[in-house]
Design a protein around this ligand. Structure first.
Ligand code: NAD
Length: 298
């Protein structure tokens, strides 16, 4: 298939590489030229660059995937002057995999439908490791027939492709999951710091938790205590991975959506405030598991 891809960052670049690996031809765009150049070089003739989002349509693409930081970038890429919807999108399939609020996802989907494009919101979980390995989970909102049609394409980048319901529902699933992840990471960090300060070895403590009722993804797959697990950000100075500011963004999406729905999220709100404090102290660029620094001595 001929596919457009916009947003070649930590997640988008490996996802685009997996589409190339599956044999698709790509036309790509990013505001950072070096990201575009790296992907085009990787494509070895199967990937070319476009100069604006709308210019991608001139290459006759059937599908465009976007992987952008936040709602403001998604709106500019779809609704802006040189945005995708400024071109002829009749029958083109648009898949936004960025994590944004459900209301913005529904607004963009409505604008796309008005221009006869077909749109899915398909945010992911699984992190940069999952993006590299092609094992992401996609949470898909939109028309069910379109989801079924796009399943095999998404399988080039992911393992679990889950239908969540109407437009915006993929984002609903994602914000609920990430709110829980933020809460569980703070809880794991607190428990690990407490145990070590009271004299336990961090690895032994993690081993107990991971075979006991405190076990969760933050403890067994992404433990925040340095040296407990290899190949996680905690064991490389909290570099790479999922930035604290992105977690702060997702907690903001959850608490904002909760406010609109008049739904109480007391721990989600607290987690948002904890990450806000961490960000204010200049730690927003560190992986979100670095939150344990709030509970450990320097
Ligand atoms: P990133 O900042 O590394 O990448 C975003 C890319 O979009 C960058 O290359 C940037 O230059 C580009 N960009 C920004 N504005 C643009 C515009 N107007 N036009 C074209 N390109 C533009 O972010 P990321 O880590 O790849 O995350 C992308 C999305 O995926 C976010 O919504 C994030 O919440 C979500 N997400 C991230 C992870 C993770 O572990 N990093 C996991 C799951 C979901």
């Amino acid at each position: 298939m001929k596919i457009g891809f916009i947003g070649l960052g930590n997640m988008g670049a490996p996802m685009a590489r997996n589409l190339l690996k599956a044999g698709h031809e790509l036309t790509v765009f990013d505001v950072v030229q070096s990201n575009v150049d790296a992907l085009v070089a990787h494509g070895a003739g199967k990937a070319k660059a476009a100069t604006t989002p709308a210019a991608i349509l001139k290459e006759g693409v059937e599908v465009i995937v976007t992987m952008l930081p936040a709602a403001q970038h998604v709106k500019s890429v779809y609704l802006g002057n040189d945005g995708i919807l400024s071109g002829n999108v009749d029958g083109v399939i648009l898949i936004d995999s960025s994590t944004i609020d459900p209301m913005s996802a529904r607004e963009v989907a409505k604008a796309a439908a008005a221009k006869k494009a077909l749109m899915l919101d398909a945010p992911v979980s699984g992190g940069t490791g999952g993006a590299e390995a092609g094992t992401l989970t996609f949470m898909v909102g939109g028309e069910e027939g379109l989801y079924a049609q796009m399943q095999s394409l998404l399988q080039a980048m992911g393992k679990n492709i889950v239908y969540c319901g109407a437009a915006g529902n993929g984002q609903v699933a994602k914000v609920a999951n990430n709110m829980l992840l933020g809460i569980s990471m703070i809880g794991t960090a607190e428990a690990m710091a407490l145990g070590v300060s009271l004299g336990m070895d961090a690895k032994v403590l993690a081993g107990i938790i991971n075979t006991s009722s405190g076990r969760c993804w933050s403890s067994d797959t992404y433990n925040p205590y340095p040296g407990v697990l290899e190949n996680v950000p905690a064991s490389r100075g909290y570099t790479g991975g999922f930035g604290s500011d992105l977690m702060l963004k997702d907690l903001g999406l959850a608490t904002e959506a909760a406010k609109l729905a008049k739904q109480p999220v007391p721990l989600g709100s607290l987690a948002q405030q904890v990450y806000q404090t961490f960000s204010l102290q200049g730690n927003g660029g560190l992986d979100f598991s670095a939150i344990i620094k709030l509970f450990t001595k320097k």
